[in-house]
Design a protein around this ligand. Structure first.
Ligand SMILES: *Cc1c(COP(=O)(O)O)cnc(C)c1O
Length: 364
């Protein structure tokens, strides 16, 4: 996005992104790295993150749907791109013509592709359901479909993959069961040229036996370990900042914002910050969020509005135009994406991908 002047912005530190990628590489050894950038790259910006990932030499990028893949191709991202989502008949021509790799998640979809390919080569990944029960074929069906695709000219089977349902928690017995089911299918198929991939961020963080030929960590590449623990080499690189847009003094006993959910205890200073739920800063953070100003932590006061929120700074000083940190570090203090997801009983992925295009992203 153009760097328009806007009172709020998201800072993306691509240097830290590169460090995360390097740390994950060290962890996974010889396995290849596929970087999921669905949902606007977890809010980090689809095309800029695709380009940054290509510069960092990731082996593959994954998106959720055709549109995301096309946007990346139009942004000159040339590396292999895998579309995770279940494909629709109408999308097959574009998937092939934009050079996207895609999932074969049922025999029916395989037949559709065979009918529509008209001599063009289709690079596909066979999706196996080992227990997520979202998309993908049972292992027995996947085995048969593998043999069927092998016999057809138009298919290049690039990969066989499955998805872990419970790997965000270490030592979960179901994750081990899925790894085992996947391993059994691999022993049965024994094809040298196919990439076997299973691990998401949880897999990479807690299940080394899930690495196979390629891993697909999303959250971890964005610097967050799935169970909230810390990895000294991996850090988030997404900060949300804004400039104070208004300052006033309010007497004791006055209600602030819609519904007056916050009442001043004494005469106090209230500053207004031009960020709201219309930007993706959750309304459910009302009376829960805090922000950093001059390295100090302050409570957001009352209802988060669509475009603004208020902060009670008590007797502290802060001027219009000063920088407020809503996510990130200021001085010794930090507000993490985990803080916001715990306050709203959400997940860090949801917190991130809620931030929409109204707030410009600045890359450094
Ligand atoms: C989203 C997704 C991932 C990445 O998930 P994280 O938990 O963020 O690492 C990996 N594989 C598939 C199929 C996905 O849909």
């Amino acid at each position: 996005m153009e760097n328009l002047s806007h009172p709020a912005w998201i800072e993306i530190d691509l240097g830290q992104f590169r460090k995360n990628i390097e740390a994950i590489r060290r962890k996974i050894g010889a396995s290849l790295l596929c970087f999921p950038i669905k949902a606007n790259a977890y809010g980090h910006g689809l095309v800029p993150m695709g380009q940054a990932a290509a510069r960092c030499g990731v082996d593959m990028i994954a998106v959720s749907c055709l549109r995301e893949g096309v946007e990346l191709r139009k942004g000159n991202v040339a590396c292999p791109i895998l579309v995770f989502g279940a494909i629709h008949e109408r999308e097959i021509d574009d998937l092939i013509d934009y050079g996207l790799e895609f999932s074969i998640s049922s025999r029916f979809k395989a037949e559709l592709v065979a009918r529509k390919c008209k001599g063009r080569k289709c690079r596909v990944h066979i999706e196996v359901d080992t227990g997520m029960h979202r998309t993908g074929m049972r292992p027995e069906t996947a085995y048969e479909v593998f043999l069927e695709l092998k016999r057809q000219e138009c298919f290049e089977i690039r990969g066989i993959y499955s998805h872990l349902a419970t790997a965000d928690e270490p030592n979960h017995s179901f994750a081990f069961a899925q790894i085992e089911a996947f391993t059994r299918l691999r022993q049965k198929i024994e094809d040298e040229g196919v990439l076997w991939h299973l691990a998401n961020s949880g897999g990479v963080s807690f299940y080394p036996t899930s690495y196979f030929d390629m891993v697909r960590p999303g959250l971890l590449c964005y610097g967050l370990v799935p169970n909230g623990s810390k990895d000294p080499e991996i850090r988030p690189f997404f900060s949300l900042k804004a400039r104070i847009s208004y300052f006033k003094v309010v007497e004791a006993g006055r209600g602030i914002s819609y519904g007056h959910l916050y009442t001043t205890e004494q005469q106090t200073r209230i500053v207004t910050v031009p960020v709201g739920y219309g930007d993706g800063y959750c309304r459910s953070l009302t009376n829960r969020a805090s922000v950093l100003i001059r390295g100090q932590r302050y409570k957001a006061a009352g209802r988060i509005c669509m475009d603004q929120l208020m902060v009670d700074i008590g007797t502290s000083e802060a001027y219009v135009g000063e920088v407020v940190t809503l996510i990130g570090q200021d001085g010794g203090e930090e507000i993490s994406i985990w803080d916001l997801s715990s306050l709203t009983e959400s997940d860090p992925r949801e917190i991130l991908c809620r931030f929409n295009e109204r707030i410009p992203r600045l890359y450094s």
